[in-house]
Design a protein around this ligand. Structure first.
Ligand code: ATP
Length: 140
């Protein structure tokens, strides 16, 4: 079934996630503070906009509460990741998924109400270790 998603932060993780969801037939809104990222993904999502996710007013106009899930894919700037997650939770978004770059970051995101947390680097490392340990096992 077709779902509606928004991905905030179109760095490597956010970019590939947004494009992959769109390719799977979902409606995807891509959001980034940086015009270059927004320009780059324009043809690979339903809609892409420039907005600062730390600004509640900027997010309000995007009506994110109507979507099935919002992914906060801002990583390294903790302040922005935390504020963006808080803002989307405060808007009443049904399902907020956030990316964490460390265990401590993940704990903070969980405390402020993120429904699910991804640790992409940790997950990739575990998957890589699994493949190196047993190259004969296909993991897809
Ligand atoms: P990746 O490893 O996925 O590239 P990263 O962990 O290095 O990401 P960041 O560099 O912090 O993460 O941010 C990823 C994206 O989030 C960038 O494209 C950046 O412009 C965007 N971003 C950062 N702050 C905000 C914000 N306040 N509002 C919207 N987008 C933001």
């Amino acid at each position: 079934m077709k779902k509606q998603f928004a991905v905030i932060g179109l760095g490597n993780f956010g970019f590939y996630l947004a494009a992959a969801l769109f390719q799977k037939g979902h409606e995807v809104l891509g959001i980034d503070i940086n015009a270059r990222q927004v320009q780059e993904i324009r043809d690979q999502v339903s809609r892409a906009v420039i907005a600062d996710a730390t600004d509640p007013q900027a997010l309000k106009e995007l009506e994110l509460e109507k979507l099935d899930a919002v992914v906060v894919a801002i990583g390294s700037v903790l302040n922005n990741s935390i504020l963006a997650t808080l803002n989307v939770k405060d808007m009443g978004v049904k399902r907020v998924v956030a990316k964490a770059v460390s265990e401590a970051h993940g704990r903070i995101l969980r405390k402020i109400g993120a429904d699910d947390i991804y640790f992409p680097e940790k997950d990739l490392a575990l998957a890589a270790a699994q493949r190196l340990d047993n190259p004969n096992v296909l993991d897809y």
